[in-house]
Design a protein around this ligand. Structure first.
Ligand SMILES: Cc1ncc(COP(=O)(O)O)c(C=O)c1O
Length: 380
């Protein structure tokens, strides 16, 4: 019976050409992963982690429980102290993933009668967290300060603005300084998700707010480690009171098994490795500049100065075909379909990495231009 329900639902997705399937093992040149700085594939970091895990002689394979029960250790709290120094915060708290960190913050802090105002392009975990909260919630137009101001004027209770430093689909950046000014004017609090800037911006990889030297004007900061840091996990950084509050009220923190000790070692080693190899940020910038230079004539590319680049190809069917064509030429790129992005803004999302060879970037750019020209002439 239940299988009939599943089948009907899946068939309707397939009919609309938006059935999701796990991809086959990855082939081709990586223009898809979030391993922007190549840390996930760095032998030295791999060796550092192995060595430290061996040296610490953990007697446990797993954390064995929630941080509030058997899952805490002095080592974990030491790592949190190190993260606080990196992110220049009074305190920090590790979460199992960026998804659960955002869910925790949004669902526990804004209360009934408060208002959450989030950028319309915010990640699903911000929206899901807001849905779990009892606060009112509204979106504002992407990066549109005038719309944000209108929403601030019309909102009730304490106001929380939820934004990202770099948006995961368009790759553009939020006007953080301007948002801080607005937040001050309307006595609003800022929740900043630094998922795609952790590692790639800021001395020590400490993200956009710290790069702009305004980290202490942001009330709640979320950093994730599964992207440019090449490992896994996340943390929230802010005041000691914020962290104590989350320990007491954030259900995605309280009711889950903590990350294993090996993950703590990976977090420590990844940040230590990045500090010694901070030149990787410059190397990535060079790759981004190169891609932008060779795609200058590409009208359907979104303006971006980050490692996330998008080429719009409207229609799930069209974008799937375009991605297949590039994959056949050995470029590992993926189509992003609606409803993950708005209808008519379906796209090929390209992630640039330090390890992408210049020639491969140039070749991909010329393939994208060819693709765009052929789809343009097919329409006329
Ligand atoms: C903006 C943003 N926030 C949070 C997350 C979730 O982070 P994690 O993958 O660590 O759960 C993602 C991941 O896709 C993201 O793009």
């Amino acid at each position: 019976m239940l299988d009939n329900f599943f089948r009907t639902q899946l068939e309707s997705l397939a009919k609309e050409n938006r059935l999701r399937q796990l991809p086959q093992s990855v082939h081709g040149i990586d223009f898809c992963s979030n391993d922007y700085l190549g840390l996930a594939r760095t032998q030295q970091l791999f060796d550092d982690i192995q060595e430290k895990v061996g040296a610490l002689q953990f007697k446990q394979n797993g954390a064995t429980g929630s941080r509030l029960l058997s899952g805490n250790s002095n080592y974990t709290t030491d790592i949190e102290e190190k993260l606080s120094r990196i992110f220049n915060s009074e305190s920090s708290l590790i979460f199992n993933s960026g998804y659960s960190a955002n869910l925790a913050v949004l669902s526990s802090i804004p209360q009934r009668g408060d208002t959450i105002i989030y950028d319309e392009l915010a990640h699903t975990c911000i929206k899901d967290g807001a849905r779990l909260s009892l606060a009112h919630r509204h979106s504002f137009k992407h990066n549109d300060l005038a719309d944000l101001e209108r929403k601030l004027i019309n909102s009730k209770g304490r106001k929380f603005i939820a934004i990202e430093s770099i948006y995961s689909m368009d790759g553009d950046q939020c006007p953080l300084k301007e948002v801080v000014t607005l937040a001050k004017r309307y006595h609003a609090f800022i929740i900043l998700d630094e998922a795609h800037s952790t590692g790639i911006m800021g001395t020590k990889g400490s993200g956009m707010a710290s790069w702009l030297e305004i980290e202490n004007q942001i009330d709640i900061r979320v950093y994730t480690f599964g992207k440019a840091m090449g490992i896994h996990g996340a943390c929230v950084a802010g005041s000691s009171q914020l962290i104590q509050f989350l320990i007491n009220y954030a259900r995605p923190f309280i009711y889950t098994t903590a990350l294993p000790p090996h993950s703590m070692v990976a977090i420590e080693c990844a940040f230590a490795f990045l500090e010694k190899n901070i030149h990787l940020q410059k190397k990535l910038s060079h790759k981004i500049d190169l891609f932008n230079k060779y795609t200058l004539g590409l009208r359907n590319k979104m303006m971006s100065h980050t490692s996330i680049q998008s080429v719009i190809i409207p229609g799930n069917d069209n974008v799937k075909k375009a991605a297949a064509r590039l994959q056949a030429r050995n470029f590992d790129v993926r189509p992003i379909l609606s409803p993950t992005v708005a209808a008519d803004s379906e796209r090929i999302r390209i992630c640039l990495h330090t390890y992408n060879e210049d020639q491969h970037i140039i070749d991909l750019a010329s393939q994208l231009i060819e693709l765009s020209l052929s789809s343009h002439s097919a329409m006329h």
